[in-house]
Design a protein around this ligand. Structure first.
Ligand code: SAM
Length: 314
C-alpha cells in the first residue's frame, strides 16, 4: 500500500523554533485516509500504512522532529525527550546538518553547474528539499531521492516527486550496485555526465560491519569524472574534550533508541571520500562550511559534532 502513490496536502513554513511546519495534511489513497500530517500530529486513531511500525522509533521521524516537523509518533517523541535531557541544544545539530545540505546543493547547482543529483537517505520532506534548492538555481536539475523508511517512502512519493525531474526510489543505500541499477536511477540519471552523490547524515547510520568506506569506494568508482560527493557525519573529536564526551553520550542514546548512529573520528570521516580532493574549506563543522554570513554567536558544543565536506572526482 505504501509503495503506491499517495496524495497529501501539506504546507510548510520555514525552519524555526520547533514550531509546527505541516499546517495540514491528510494522506489519502483512493479515498482512504492513511494518516495525519498536521498541526495535530499523526493521530494514533488514524489507520496508518501497514509497513509503518509505530512501536519502534525511526531515524527519519526522530530527525524530522528535531527539525521541527510533525510526522512522528509517541515512540519518536520519547527519543526526542531523552535526547533533549542529554543536551537541549541538539536541534542546533540537526539544523546545522540540514542547512549545510541546502548550502551544498546551492553551491553544486550554481558553481560547478551540477544538474543531476542522487540524494541517498533523503529523509522526510521538509521546508527546503534538495530539488527545490537545486531547481531554483537550475530548473532543469534532475533529483533522484533514495530512502528505505516506510514513512519517508509514502511522504517522499507524495511530496518529493513534485515535478517530472524529481523521482523517489525505495532502496537500501548499503547496496550500491542494486541502487545504481535501479530502473529509476538508470533512466533518469545519465552516468556519462557529472552528477552529485549526497550522503547527508546517512553514513553514521551504517555500521562498521557494513563498511561505509567500502560502500563509498563502490559508489565513487561508478561516478563519472567531474562528479561531486557530499557527506555529512557525526564526528567525535576523540580528544577527551567536552565535545567528545557529548558525542559519546549522544551516540549511546541514539544506538539504544534506533539501533544505529556512530560518531566517527575526523580521519575516519575523511576516509569515506576515498582520497578524493576536498573542496575548500575541507572537512569542517557543517556550520562552518561556507556559512551564509558572519558568525553572530559561538558554535555550541553539539554543532562541533556535525561535520560535512564536499569532494570532486577528477
Ligand atoms: C538523519 S536522516 C538525514 C536526512 C537528510 N539526508 C538530511 O541530511 O537532512 C537519515 C535518512 O537516511 C535514511 N537511511 C538510513 N539508513 C538507510 C539505508 N540503509 N538505506 C536507505 N536510507 C537510509 C533514513 O531513513 C533517514 O531518512
Amino acid at each position: 500500500m505504501v509503495g503506491s502513490r499517495v496524495t497529501a496536502f501539506v504546507a510548510y513554513d520555514s525552519f524555526g523554533g520547533g514550531g509546527a511546519r505541516a499546517k495540514a495534511g491528510v494522506f489519502k489513497r483512493e479515498g482512504v485516509v492513511l494518516g495525519m500530517s498536521a498541526v495535530d500530529g499523526i493521530s494514533a486513531d488514524e489507520p496508518v500504512p501497514p509497513t509503518i511500525d509505530t512501536t519502534k522509533p525511526s531515524i527519519a521521524r526522530v530527525y524530522d522532529m528535531f527539525l521541527g516537523g510533525k510526522d512522528h509518533y509517541e515512540v519518536d517523541r520519547e527519543v526526542y525527550r531523552r535526547t533533549m535531557e542529554i543536551s537541549p541544544e541538539v536541534p542546533l545539530l540537526t539544523r546545522a546538518f540540514r542547512q549545510w545540505l541546502i548550502r551544498v546543493v546551492r553551491f553544486l547547482a550554481s558553481g560547478p553547474g551540477i544538474d543531476q543529483i542522487l540524494d541517498c537517505g533523503s529523509g522526510l520532506p521538509t521546508a527546503e528539499n534538495t530539488h527545490q534548492v537545486a531547481q531554483r538555481v537550475r530548473p532543469e536539475t534532475t533529483v533522484v531521492y533514495v530512502d528505505n523508511d516506510p514513512m519517508v517512502i509514502a511522504h517522499g512519493r507524495a511530496l518529493l516527486e513534485e515535478n517530472d525531474r524529481t523521482h523517489f526510489v525505495d532502496a537500501d543505500l548499503r547496496d550500491p550496485e542494486a541502487l545504481l541499477a535501479h530502473p529509476a536511477v538508470t533512466r533518469y540519471l545519465d552516468m556519462n555526465r557529472p552528477l552529485a552523490l549526497m550522503q547527508c547524515a546517512t553514513l553514521h547510520h551504517v555500521s562498521d560491519e557494513d563498511n561505509p568506506g567500502e560502500l563509498m569506494a563502490r559508489y565513487i568508482e561508478a561516478l563519472p569524472s567531474g562528479s561531486y560527493v557530499a557527506i555529512s557525519h557525526f564526528c567525535d573529536p576523540a580528544d577527551g574534550s567536552e565535545m567528545s564526551e557529548l558525542a559519546r553520550m549522544l551516540e549511546t542514546n541514539l544506538r539504544n533508541a534506533v539501533g544505529s548512529g556512530w560518531c566517527r573520528t575526523y580521519s575516519q570521516i575523511e576516509s569515506l571520500f576515498c582520497g578524493l580532493e576536498l573542496v575548500e574549506p575541507g572537512l569542517v563543522p557543517a556550520a562552518d562550511w561556507w556559512p551564509d554570513g558572519p558568525r553572530v554567536r559561538p558554535l555550541s558544543a553539539v554543532e562541533h559534532i556535525a561535520y560535512g565536506a564536499v569532494a570532486r572526482k577528477p
